[in-house]
Design a protein around this ligand. Structure first.
Ligand code: GLY
Length: 424
């Protein structure tokens, strides 16, 4: 089987690596990929990405399965293009991808489906009417969280301690509109507790559990500093087991898939649930409609069986194949470039020569993200540059091995967290 993966980061490298290990895959192409990705079955596609070129490539290469990594491809309608071309795609169509693209769509759907989530209000109307109207709505919330509804480059969530603080946030947003606000702004009640990410493979009402993970979003140790795309992850989350997984399937995944089916926009692909478990019970914070980055780098090494075959058959509603999650743990640590995550306009350094000192083994793998090949060698070319995953029978061993195999000083300005997995 020939597989095409869309994206260029560590997540796509992990998907490509995992699928290329399967006996059913003969060739794995990544579009555009990055210069650090290599392997016996791996290849990169160096063409501009548009619908016509996509259709030509599918035909020329005889692609049997498309796996979109980044959500932008889904928003563009790649899964719909694939349907038109008759090629299986493990990802939702553009309308179903609204579960992630629009927070208002997602919250409204959760409410209609009876999926547990905190109360919310659409603020768009009140914002158009003025500050008094906004403050009237905010008064209903004890701990207001303001969210920009549309894609906001990870900068659209404001956790506030009071209605007054939320009002100030909205005043600022009114004065300098941010990306994603064209889809609206909402306020929801903040919930507290422990966060967990849960992953399910879904296709037309059927679903299979793929695993749980904990992401580390802040740039510095002990969850300090600004938010990033994710500085590391650990899987599984030890308390997310048997009954908890069944409950998430019954009360969160099942009603979501049923309602999407009923609306005529069946969901296919990865449903990645961001959940908060605490005094207010288990609440859904958000849906994502694709694999997480860097969660994928710890989820996939723990999946046993032929994942390529699973994804293709699952995408085509063939019989639901078996997939086993190994009883082990995986830890991934990201190395980032100086300046990442680039808040307040700070530049993210690029062009630093990378001198690899990693030792890959049967229980560890290096994944590349923001890198570029030059005549001098591989250089940094993005915020999250590379990351290392180690897996072992227990979480403690995986953490130990990951840090032992991840040496410092591979490029000028590198920084990484030293506490990944230690707060489970
Ligand atoms: N690591 C968070 C995400 O992929 O959305």
């Amino acid at each position: 089987m020939k597989i095409l993966i869309l994206g260029s980061g560590g997540r796509e490298h992990a998907i490509a690596w995992r699928l290329s290990r399967d006996s059913s895959s003969s060739k794995v192409l990544v579009w555009p990929g990055n210069d650090g990705m290599s392997g016996p079955k791996l290849g990169l596609v160096d063409r501009p990405f548009d619908r016509a070129t996509f259709s030509s490539l599918i035909a020329e290469e005889g692609i049997d399965l498309v796996v979109p990594g980044a959500e932008k491809f889904l928003y563009q309608g790649v899964a719909d293009w694939c349907q038109g071309l008759g090629v299986p795609c493990f990802g939702p169509g553009a309308r179903a991808a609204s579960l992630e693209r629009s927070k208002l769509f997602a919250k409204t759907l959760m409410q209609e489906a009876g999926v547990p989530t905190s109360p919310f209000r659409d603020l768009s109307d009140a914002m158009a009417r003025g500050l008094d109207a906004v403050n009237g709505v905010l008064k209903e919330f004890r701990k207001p969280v303001i969210k920009i509804s549309g894609p906001s480059l990870g900068k659209g969530v404001f956790v506030c301690e009071s209605a007054a603080e939320a009002s100030e946030v909205l005043l600022k947003l009114g004065q300098s509109p941010q990306p994603g606000m064209e889809d609206g702004v909402l306020v929801e009640e903040g919930v507290s507790g422990k966060e967990v990410s849960m992953f399910f493979a879904c296709s037309h009402g059927a679903f299979t559990y793929l695993g749980s993970a904990q992401d580390h979003k802040r740039v510095f140790d002990a969850d300090q500093g600004p938010n990033t795309g994710g500085m590391g992850a650990i899987a599984p989350v030890p308390w997310a087991t048997g009954e908890f997984i069944r409950d998430i399937g019954d009360r969160f995944v099942r009603p979501t898939l049923d309602l999407m089916l009923k609306r005529g926009t069946p969901f296919k692909g990865v449903l990645f649930l961001g959940l908060m478990v605490g005094p207010e019970g288990t609440n859904l914070l958000e849906y994502n409609v694709r694999f997480g980055d860097p969660e994928t780098q710890v989820i996939l090494p723990l999946l046993e069986g032929d994942l390529s075959d699973f994804l293709r058959r699952f995408s085509t509603q063939d019989v639901t194949p078996e997939l086993t999650i190994r009883s082990a743990a995986a830890v991934h640590v990201v190395k980032a470039a100086r300046g990442y995550p680039g808040v307040f306009g700070a530049p993210i350094e690029a062009g630093q020569l990378i001198t690899l000192r990693q030792s890959e083994s049967a229980s560890g793998k290096l994944f590349f993200a923001g890198v570029k090949r030059t005549p001098q060698g591989l250089v940094t070319n993005g915020g999250r540059v590379l990351g290392f995953t180690a897996w072992a029978p227990t979480a403690a061993e995986a953490i130990r091995d990951c840090y032992a195999l991840l040496p410092s000083g591979e490029f000028e300005g590198e920084h990484f967290r030293r506490d990944i997995g230690r707060s489970l």
